[in-house]
Design a protein around this ligand. Structure first.
Ligand code: FE2
Length: 395
């Protein structure tokens, strides 16, 4: 299948070509003809928040995203407001209940601000659902169509960990700004601070990681990537186990974490408590220039985790990371981490939690050949996260 047809419309919209995707998110060659559950790419990350009006302002002004579509009372939607924001190929949908009886408010009461739906674009919704059903998935919405003046979308939804779902979308016959029911918006053009979604990480309960790895293997035909974090990666205080599954061309990657037994409560336990169950822990946003992105985000008030000063002076680390495109002093000044594997290196940094609860946060990632996730940085990262956890009194 030609690359043009295997790319999701989100990527087409942002004019990212095959080489750019390989560089940004580690896209690999893949023959989709034998794939039991072909996925074209990410469709949208759908959030439920306490105040979508203000969250949309935050992601536009601080994260440089562009408002492209809207639904709400003014457009005939009495239940909720939803703002569709875009940065490069990344689409966020921020939803918040308007009607006091909206089920979105019940969800928000339990989980706080967070991600309800990791929507994926697929070429054939019915085939995907049929395969998922055979593999034992819970079908939340059977395949159905929605139509407006811009055309027709075919949709279905399957359940994954916690209260998270995957909506499956075929938008090949649709030309509107997002979905039927949304109106297009014009917004000031900004230079995007991130261009693509690299991976979405789920936190699940102790002992459940392999169950969900098996779910993605069976239901979506995803394969396991090499990165594996076992009990060997731990600080004195906390630990996690992690495995990564990906679709055929690695556009869609899902690391799955579970807590491991530590001397004190792990960061995954803290998440599970404050999110009240499993859910999305972080989104990794791919950028071609992490230094520029971090500077712009910091200037807008976004807070990042501190990196221990010793990280940059440790001779073992300096020897391991070798030469990278940014001088080490520039990285140290911003707290940007480096990891290297046999394929290349990556630069990464993590924000503090985005909302009131210590749950979902972002990673910024700039890849240079590496297909990893920063395993070598887990130790340094854990120590930084735990200092924050300690300040919140949750260790
Ligand atoms: Fe990550």
């Amino acid at each position: 299948m030609p690359i043009e047809q295997t790319r999701a419309s989100g990527e087409r919209l942002a004019h990212l070509d095959h080489d750019q995707l390989r560089q940004l998110v580690g896209l690999i060659e893949h023959d989709p003809t034998a794939d039991p559950f072909p996925v074209l790419g990410w469709d949208a990350v759908v959030w439920v928040v306490g105040n979508a009006t203000q969250a949309a302002h935050f992601y536009r002004t601080a994260f440089g995203m562009q408002l492209v579509a809207y639904t709400g009372p003014e457009t005939g939607n009495r239940d909720h407001k939803a703002f569709v924001l875009q940065s490069g190929a990344v689409r966020f949908v921020l939803t918040g209940g308007v009607d006091p009886a909206s089920p979105l408010l019940d969800r928000h009461r339990r989980h706080g601000d967070g991600i309800a739906d990791i929507a994926l674009e697929v070429p054939d919704v019915d085939r995907a659902v049929a395969h998922a059903r055979t593999a034992g998935a819970t079908i939340l919405e059977e395949p159905h169509e929605r139509t407006d003046a811009h055309g027709t979308v075919r949709l279905a939804a399957i359940a994954t960990y916690g209260d998270t779902r995957h909506t499956l979308v075929d938008r090949s016959r649709y030309r509107g700004p997002y979905l039927p029911g949304f109106v297009a918006c014009t917004d000031v053009r900004r230079s995007p601070l991130f261009q693509a979604l690299d991976h979405v990480v789920g936190n699940v309960e102790l002992g459940q990681m392999d169950r969900w790895v098996g779910f993605y293997n069976r239901v979506m035909g995803f394969t396991n990537m090499a990165e594996f974090i076992g009990a060997d990666i731990a600080t004195e205080y906390s630990a996690l186990m992690s495995k990564v599954v990906a679709n055929g061309n690695h556009l869609v990657k899902f690391p799955l974490n579970e807590p491991a037994i530590g001397r004190r409560r792990s960061q995954i336990d803290e998440y599970l408590q404050f999110h009240d169950g499993p859910g999305v822990q972080h989104l990794a946003l791919a950028t071609g220039d992490i230094v520029r992105s971090v500077d712009a985000l910091r200037a807008a008030g976004v807070e990042f985790l501190d990196t221990p000063g010793t990280y940059y002076t440790d001779p073992a680390l300096r020897a391991r990371i070798g030469e990278v495109r940014v001088p080490i002093q520039e990285l140290a000044a911003r707290g940007i981490l480096v990891d290297r594997d046999e394929d290349g290196y990556l630069l990464q940094i993590f924000t503090k939690p985005l909302g009131d609860r210590p749950t979902v946060f972002f990673e910024l990632i700039e890849r240079h050949g590496s297909l990893g996730f920063g395993k070598g940085n887990f130790q340094a990262l854990f120590e930084a996260i735990e200092r924050e956890q300690e300040r919140r009194g949750n260790i």
